[in-house]
Design a protein. Structure first.
Length: 480
């Protein structure tokens, strides 16, 4: 029974790895896709944006549906949609077909990933085992980005861009077959007095429109009238949704969830940390390509220290450290280490020697992520009832995706503005590009200072003896 739970975790993480890898593997293949299908620069962005809009908009709804009808059913449905859409992406021979298939793929990714954290909570109710499980999940979530970069470069160069999607078929089918046999069935809490369908439409429309407002800033600008109008409509829809949830007898997002300071605080910290980490990876990839002259494979290999160190601490050490010192302490320590790593990169030279100036910050960033993300996930899910676990899981994923997308848009705009300012000041093109990236990384460093402040205020322990009791319980469990 114990081994079957860990096998179930591996199956869930494999399904999530498919989704995480897909988010970065496409980026490496974009030049080949543009050349083959004749995309313009602005049109090419929709190969990524179509996925992000569906994914970010449906996470919250999918998580709640999992609570209502059963998480295994939702996970399996999402896996089927994602795998089928991947085949359609690989078969695409025209721009509209690929964009539409990517949108459907985003739906499948949101539906399956929204319930995974809730399923892990159910599988591992004990503190020590749950910490280990969250460590493995956090590693998969973070290291999958580096795997995608390497796999994308390798497959695109060796075969063609079509195969970055086709490889999902055998993995997706195998994962679905094993999941059907291994994962436990759950019935869900049911629809009770009826589902809040209008509320579901409102929140999904608000999130999709909000993500769309973010991703189109590359064409229209972050401060443009178009962006302001779209954002205002999204905020109005979200406000109307909140009012409806306060009055609805069977809301899709019970507002009682936010009475927990841990739930509110961890989602804020998740959004800020995701912005800083995603900003570093995205702008770091551009710096390595445009300033340092790295190829696709070299870029993926450059990020390997992040994945290796994060794997080591997420899988091997994070559970023991959380059990001994508490999740709050490990979250704070991870944030400090990540902040130091980003500061080292932000204030480094224009053309750094990788082994002198980049490898150590990459390793430190992996250490920071390996310490902080499992701890943050544990804190977020600690006070959530089993009936709301799917919703809390979807909410945490949503804040990470939407917050990260918004932060990335802001950071990219800041980097571009700083580069333009330097060019006007007479700085040459390469140095100006580098200056923009370094400025954005300095902002990422400041964002982590903000996350530490938010965590210290919102996630502090209520009782001095509470953590000691938890630690004693975990240590007794470990000894047994």
């Amino acid at each position: 029974m114990k081994n079957s739970r860990w096998f179930s975790l591996i199956v869930l993480c494999t399904g999530f790895l498919l989704i995480v890898v897909d988010m970065t593997i496409v980026n490496v293949a974009l030049p080949s896709i543009q050349k083959d299908l004749g995309f313009s620069q602005s049109g090419l962005a929709w190969v990524v944006n179509a996925y992000l809009i569906a994914f970010g908009g449906l996470l919250l709804l999918a998580g709640r549906v999992g609570d209502l009808v059963g998480r295994k059913r939702v996970y399996m449905a999402g896996l089927a949609i994602f795998t089928s859409a991947s085949v359609l992406c690989g078969l695409s021979f025209a721009q509209p077909m690929l964009i539409a298939a990517r949108f459907v793929q985003g739906i499948g990714g949101a539906v399956s990933s929204a319930v995974i954290l809730a399923m892990i909570v159910t599988l591992f109710p004990e503190p020590l085992e749950r910490a280990k499980a969250f460590g493995i999940f956090s590693f998969v979530a973070s290291a999958g980005a580096a795997v995608g970069l390497i796999a994308g470069g390798l497959i695109t160069q060796a075969v063609s861009w079509h195969w970055i999607f086709f490889v999902n078929l055998p993995i997706g089918v195998a994962t679905a077959v094993v999941s059907a046999r291994l994962l436990s069935n759950d019935k869900g809490i049911g629809f009770g007095q009826g589902a809040d369908l209008l509320g579901a439409v409102m929140v999904t429309a608000a999130l999709m429109l909000g993500v769309y407002a973010i991703v189109q800033t590359s064409d229209y600008g972050l401060l443009s009238a178009r962006t302001a109008i779209l954002t205002a409509v999204a905020v109005a829809l979200l406000a109307a949704f909140v009012i409806r949830q306060a009055r609805e007898r069977n809301p899709i997002l019970p507002l009682r969830l936010f009475r927990s300071r841990k739930v509110a605080g961890t989602n804020l910290v998740q959004a800020l940390m995701s912005s800083a980490f995603l900003g570093f990876f995205f702008l770091g990839s551009l710096d390595l390509e445009r300033v340092q002259g790295y190829g696709p494979m070299a870029i993926g290999l450059a990020f390997l220290p992040v994945a290796i160190v994060m794997a080591l601490f997420s899988v091997r050490f994070s559970a023991q450290l959380i059990g001994r010192f508490g999740a709050g302490a490990m979250l704070g320590a991870g944030q400090v280490v990540a902040m130091i790593a980003l500061a080292m990169v932000a204030f480094g030279p224009v053309h750094p020697n990788y082994f002198v100036y980049l490898m150590l910050p990459m390793a430190l960033l992996g250490l920071g992520g390996g310490l902080s993300f499992p701890a943050l996930t544990m804190i977020a899910m600690a006070d959530v009832s089993p009936a709301d676990a799917g919703l809390a899981s979807g909410l945490l994923n949503t804040t990470g995706q939407v917050g990260g997308a918004f932060g990335l848009a802001v950071l990219a705009t800041m980097a571009g503005g700083r580069t333009l300012e330097l060019v006007r000041g007479g700085v040459d093109g390469i140095a100006a590009l580098s200056g923009g990236y370094h400025f954005a990384w300095a902002v990422c460093t400041a964002m982590l200072v903000l996350t530490m402040t938010a965590a210290a205020v919102l996630l502090r322990e209520k009782r001095a003896g509470q953590r000691a009791d938890e630690v004693q319980c975990v240590e007794c469990e470990a000894a047994a």
